[in-house]
Structures are given as structure tokens and as C-alpha cells.
Write a protein that binds this ligand. Structure first.
Ligand code: KIV
Length: 276
């Protein structure tokens, strides 16, 4: 069956129907077109492009310009896939007005379907964004943009108090009008509690199996990224090794003269004048 792009109302509808879905990242046209060809329903142009594309060690430092530059080709490459643009650090935390201006710019310049922003305390800003007509996906639990303030890449919600704080934040974000919520790096019982407490779908990355949608970064799940591998990452393919093997084959045939062959050469006969 041909792939049909999800709509915002579909997010709640899928949850009501108990229909699970999947969410990954893309940062360029080719990867977007590959995801578009797959059954995965949602693409995030995440600020994880800092690591996957730019070789940085954190997501802080990615700019609105970086994001817009990468979201545009992803939207072009994935016409049947819902595309979310990630708001970079510093683009929405100063005031709701700043958030509205930058989120509007992201939607208008890239034609993506929604924006995502991080933070358990973002309900007031999300309310203003939604009032301004901007579809918002929240993100709580481990929030990579501010991970250094919680001591790095650590499981969140691991005590009754911190789990209760996540539930409270999630309910506030839902009440503010977010259409879905990413929950990152929490015990699976917390993922389940959040799923059960919310009417909007919980999109879990390292949040266990009992959520509405699983999220993984494409470069992680395809086995392409060779940096830090969190516990929750599974390699569903080993594309990096396939690429290295392909490059080595190219090198081998280039140096032993078997490439290019008849098929990959222009074979038209030409009388070459004797000039030298
Ligand atoms: O930037 C990103 O890839 C993300 C995911 C980890 C959800 O925010």
C-alpha cells in the first residue's frame, strides 16, 4: 500500500486506536528519500546533526541557520513522511516571543510540518506557540541541549520524586497543546506511566517498549555513527561496514586496473591526431 503522510490529528487517532508507529532522523535529501521509501512514519531533523553531520560532541552550538539548511532538503526528499524541525539551543528559551519568531521562521522557510523543543518547563511557551498556530512536539526526560546541567548522559526519572516531576511536566505540556511528546532515557516503568497518563502519544527513545512510538537516530539504528552508543541503541543494520567494504573494493579495483571496465567506460573509437 502506498505510504500516506501522517497528519497532526493522526497522532491522537493512532494512540486511540492503539496503533504504534516509528520515528527516526534525517539531515539530508538522500537519507530523507530512503526513510520516505521505508514504513517509518516520522522524520526529525534533529539537532543531533551536530554529532552526525558536523562532528561536534554536543548539540549546543547548532544555529537556526544550520537547522534550516538541513531541514529544507529533508522536506524535499520525504513528501510522504511527516517532518519535524528541531529548535536549536538558544532559539526559544529567552521568551515566548523569541520562540514564536524562530519557530515561524523554521516553518515558513523549510515547509516542515511541526517543530520540537526541549524542556520540562516549556508549557507556557508551548501554549503561546500553539496559540500562534505552530504545531509543537515536546521533549522531556534527558534533554541533550541541557544534559551537562544534570551531569551528562544519565537516566532521568529514576526516583519516585523525579518520576512524579516528569508526569507533572508531561501533563502540563499536553494541556498547553503539544500534539505529542518525546521522552528520552527513562526507566521503562516511567515510559509506561507517561503513556498511560497522556492522551497525546509518547514517543520514546530509551523509554522502554510500553510507549506509543519508538524513536532512534538513523545513523545509530543503521550502524553508521561510530561515536558514543547509548544503551538504548540497537543496530538494525551495519551500514558503516558495508560502506567501508564498498570503498575498499573501489580502491582495490582502482589500483589493480579492473575498474573501469568496458561497461563503465565510453567505448567510442576516436582517431587521436599525433601531436607529440
Ligand atoms: O536531535 C535529536 O536527534 C533528538 C532525538 C534524540 C529525539 O532530539
Amino acid at each position: 500500500m502506498a505510504k500516506k503522510k501522517m497528519t497532526i490529528p493522526d497522532f491522537r487517532k493512532y494512540k486511540e486506536e492503539g496503533r504504534k508507529f516509528a520515528y527516526t532522523t534525517a539531515y539530508d535529501y538522500t537519507m530523507a528519500s530512503i526513510v520516505n521509501e521505508s514504513d517509518v512514519e516520522i522524520i526529525l531533523v534533529g539537532d543531533s546533526l551536530a554529532m552526525c553531520m558536523l562532528g561536534r560532541s554536543t548539540t549546543v552550538g547548532v544555529t537556526m541557520e544550520d537547522m534550516i539548511h538541513h531541514i529544507k532538503p529533508v522536506v524535499l526528499g520525504a513528501p510522504e513522511t511527516f517532518v519535524v524541525g528541531d529548535m536549536p539551543f538558544g532559539s526559544y528559551n529567552q521568551s515566548p516571543e523569541q520562540a514564536i519568531a524562530n519557530a515561524s521562521r523554521m516553518l515558513m522557510e523549510t515547509n516542515c510540518d511541526a517543530i520540537k523543543l526541549e524542556g520540562a518547563n516549556m508549557a507556557p511557551t508551548i501554549r503561546r506557540l500553539v496559540e500562534a498556530g505552530i504545531p509543537v512536539m515536546g521533549h522531556i526526560g534527558l534533554t541533550p541541549q541541557t544534559a551537562s546541567s544534570v551531569g551528562g548522559f544519565k537516566v532521568q526519572g529514576g526516583t519516585p520524586e523525579s518520576a512524579a516531576a516528569l508526569l507533572k511536566a508531561a501533563k502540563e505540556i499536553e494541556a498547553a497543546g503539544a500534539f505529542s511528546l518525546v521522552v528520552e532515557c527513562v526507566p521503562k516503568v516511567v515510559g509506561k506511566a507517561l503513556r498511560d497518563a497522556l492522551e497525546i502519544p509518547v514517543l520514546g527513545i530509551g523509554a522502554g517498549p510500553d510507549v506509543d512510538c519508538q524513536v532512534l537516530v538513523s545513523y545509530d539504528l543503521l550502524g553508521m555513527y561510530n561515536g558514543f552508543k547509548p544503551k538504548f541503541v540497537k543496530h538494525f543494520a551495519n551500514i558503516r561496514q558495508l560502506m567501508v567494504d564498498g570503498l575498499n573494493q573501489f580502491h582495490q579495483e582502482s589500483v589493480d586496473g579492473t575498474f573501469p571496465d568496458e561497461e563503465t567506460s565510453f567505448n567510442k573509437a576516436v582517431d587521436i591526431p599525433k601531436l607529440y
